[in-house]
Design a protein. Sequence first.
Length: 525
Amino acid sequence: MASQNPPPRITAANKWLTLAAVCLGLGMLMIDTFVVNVALPSIASDLNAGLSQAEWTVSGYVLVLAVLPLAMGRLGDIFGRRRLYIVGLVVFVLASAGSGAAQSIEQLIGLRLLQGAGAAIMMPLTLSILTNAFPPAQRGLAIGLWGGVSGLGLIAGPILGGVIVESIDWRWIFLVNIPVGVVGIAMAIRFIRESADPNAPRAVDWPGAVLLAGGLSAIMLAITLGSSRGWADPFVLAGLFGGPAILAAFWAFELRRTYPLVDVRLFRNRTFTMACVTAFLFSAAVFGSQPFTSLFMQNYLGFSPLQGGLAFVPATALVAVLQPFSGIIGQRMGHRLRLLMGGGALAVAASFVYLLFLDTESGYTDGLLPTFILRGFGIALVISTSSLAVMSSIPMAKAGFASGTLTMFRQTGTAVGVAIMGAVFVHHIDTDLPSRLHASDPATQMQAQAAAEHFVPLGEGAVADAARESIVEGFVLLAGLGLGLSLLAVTAAAFVRHRIDEEPVAVPPSASLSRDPAGAPVAGG
C-alpha cells in the first residue's frame, strides 16, 4: 500500500519552494556564526564573565561546525537528507531557545555547542538537498542563490547583532531563531523531497565517525587555544601532533572497512579536492580576518556595534547582487569555472594589498571601504563556483558526502584563519609595543599592551598614540597574511579542471566495497 504522506514530487513549484525552505534555514545558521561577535561585551557584562571566557560562545560554535559536517553529510546519504536536516533544525531551534534563557556563561557555552551541532547537521544537507532538487541545467542558479544566502548571512550577522544589542537585548540574537526556525521546520516538512544514496548500506561506521571527530577536534582545540595558552603548551602540542596522527589512522581505517563512513578514494578526484582546498584557504583569509576587522572598526575607529555592522553593507550588497549571477555564469563556463574561482580569490588578494598601505591617518572611507568592495566581489565569485565545482565533480548519490566535506573545509579554514591571525597579532603587540614604551613605567606598558591586544578604546596621549601605531602595524601584518592565503587559493583554483556539463566519473558505492573470499578489499574505480 502506498504511503499516506508521500514525499513531494519534483515540480516547477516544488524546487523553488525547496530552495526557499533550505535558504531560510541556511541564512539563520550562517548569521549565527558571527552575530555573537558584536554582543560579546554585553554577554560578558551580563553573565559576569571575562571576555576570553565569553569568546568561547563563538569559538565553541565554530569548532563543532568544523568537526561534524562530513560525518553528517554521509549520514544524510544513508538515512535520508530531508529527515536528518529536519532533526538538525529542531536541535538548532531548541538550543537557540536555551541560549536566550541562559543564566551563566557555562550554560551559554554548552548550549552554543549544541546549537553548533544542529548547524553542523543542517549545513551540508542544504547543498545536497538542492543538488537533488534541481536539474543540472538549473543547478548553477540554485547554488548561486544558496551561496548568496551563505555569504550574505556571514556578513549580515554583525549588522543584525548590532541592531539587536543596541535596540533590544543580546538574548534576542538567539530568541529570534525560534519563530524563524518553526517556519523553517514547517516548510521543510511540506516542500523538501526525501533523497538518499540508494546504494548506501544501512550500517553506520561509528568507529570511523569517532576517529574523524576525535582527530578534527584535537586539531581545532589546539588551534583555538594556541593563541591564549601559547603554542608550546603541552595540551596544544598534543593536539597539533596527535590530531593529524588520528586522522591518518582514520584514513587507513576507512580503506579497510567494508562499509566506510567516507570513501576516501573520492579524494583522488583532483577537482573535488582542489575546490575544497580553495574554499579552505579562501575562508581562512576572508572570514578568518573578519572578526579582527569588526573589532578594529568598533574600538580603534570608534564605531558603535551598529555602525560597525553597517560598514559591511557595501560587501553585503555586492554578495547579494552578484552571487546568483556567478552561479549561472559558472554553469555556462564549464571547464573555465576555475577562472571565476581564481578571479574571486584574486580580488580578495587585491583587497589585502590595499590594507598594506593602512596608517594611523586612515579612516573608513579611504582605508576600509575599497577593501570591502573588492571583498564582496570576491566572496560572490568564490562561494558559488567552489560549491558548483565540488557538487558537479562527484556523483549525485554522494551529494551528502561532497557537501559535508566542503562545509568542513570552509569552517576549518575560518577557525584556522582566526587562530593564526590572532596569534600573529598578539605576538606583534607583545614584541613591538614594549619597545615603543620603554620610557614608561611597567604598569603603563602592561595596561597599553592589554588594551592594544583587545582593541580597547585608547583615549589620548603619547601612550595611546604608541598603541595606535602598534595596532595599525599589526593589522597590516594580518593583511600580509591574508594576501598570502588568498594567493594560495588562486593557485589551488588553477587545478580545478572538471567540466560541469560532464557526468562525474562514478565511484563504486560503499556497498560494493565488499571483500573477496580471501578477505582483501575488492578494487574499484
